[in-house]
Design a protein around this ligand. Structure first.
Ligand code: 13P
Ligand code: SF4
Length: 330
């Protein structure tokens, strides 16, 4: 373990914070001192989104990580995202507020099982959604995100078979959009599978003018009812330009912070989960807090490392994605 075991406890820096400090000011100071950049995903808590230098979806974050000239990348997101930044920036220090910020979707695709699965389809091209570990990226030919999955799949010659991993819902949606037959890995995101279609339909009956907008990680039955389907960035853009006044938002609730900021006159209703928990908050994303972010930047821990032979293969698959995206102006 390369992390400083005294400093890190339970995945994050274990130090008291002086309660008189204004964390926003302190973080800004540390950023300048250390030439650090904060990249944050839309599912982070509002305070973290507000202090970030760049907020975006998984494609935007990978693109930003690739072109960053900071010395330190503080990645406010989950582990596979920070790992992606490290794969693209082996010489930079990449840190994350909480090392335990994982992902149920990435966890649903263990490398040994995926290797055995791949062997069943020896000539197939492997396209993996960026929500997977570095090991899975290293076993893939091209990475994709919800923003570019159609173009990535269409870049593969028609006579080639495709394995799509790890999200079966995004995979099924892309099959519908492209008409390409793909073999799907049976993985899913715990947040996007928790929505109650029944409650969403009832909510729509009470608010008939509200539009249902959904992320393609949701199940097909829900997507059938959606007025618009897209990545987090696409959903945000849609709410800015569309003329409805109300939206039922079927993705993680963090994105609503940006939607509300961009369109303060509109109403955004989080799609209800199938029980009374706050399960449409991603428990992994929400492990990061402003306090942990501050400590992480101050002590430059916990740091992300990727074994070099895995990194090189994963980098190739990521660069294939970034090249195809650039060709399409994405
Ligand atoms: P995007 O932000 O790329 O749409 O991905 C959503 C997600 O689930 C990230 O964990
Ligand atoms: Fe993973 Fe789902 Fe959380 Fe995204 S929202 S990090 S896919 S568990």
């Amino acid at each position: 373990m390369k992390n400083n075991s005294v400093l890190i406890k339970n995945g994050f820096v274990n130090r008291e914070i002086d309660s008189s400090l204004d964390l926003f000011t302190e973080i800004e100071k540390l950023k300048k001192e250390k030439n650090a950049v904060i990249l944050a995903h839309y599912y982070q808590e509002p305070d973290i989104q507000d202090i970030a230098d760049y907020i975006g979806d998984s494609l935007g974050l990978a693109q930003n990580a690739q072109k960053s000239n900071a010395d330190i990348i503080l990645f406010a997101g989950v582990h596979f995202m920070a790992e992606t930044a490290k794969i693209l920036n082996p010489l930079k220090k990449v840190i994350i507020p909480d090392l335990n910020a994982g992902c149920s979707l990435a966890d649903s695709c263990p490398p040994e099982k995926f290797a055995a699965f791949k062997q069943k389809y020896p000539d197939y091209i492997v396209i993996s959604y960026i929500n997977c570990t570095a090991e899975i990226k290293a076993m893939s030919d091209i990475i994709c995100t919800p923003s570019n999955a159609v173009q990535i799949v269409e870049s593969v010659p028609k006579d080639k078979g495709i394995i799509f991993a790890p999200d079966k819902n995004l995979g099924a949606y892309i099959i519908k959009k492209t008409g390409r037959d793909m073999v799907l890995w049976d993985g899913a995101c715990m947040v996007h599978e928790i929505f109650s279609l029944e409650k969403i339909i009832r909510l729509k009956e009470v608010n008939p003018a509200a539009k249902i907008i959904a992320h393609p990680e949701c199940e097909e039955a829900l997507l059938k009812h959606a007025d618009f389907i897209g990545s987090t960035t696409a959903l945000l853009k849609y709410t800015k330009t569309d003329n409805a006044k109300e939206y039922i938002v079927a993705t993680e609730t963090g994105i609503i912070h940006q939607m509300q900021k961009a369109s303060p006159q509109k109403t955004f209703i989080p799609a209800p989960p199938n029980n009374s928990c706050a399960c449409n908050d991603c428990p992994h994303m929400k492990l990061n807090t402003l306090e942990k972010l501050y400590l992480s930047l101050k002590y430059e821990q916990p740091e992300i490392f990727v074994e070099e032979s895995i990194r090189l293969k994963a980098e190739k698959a990521l660069n294939n994605m970034l090249d195809i995206s650039a060709k399409h102006g994405l």
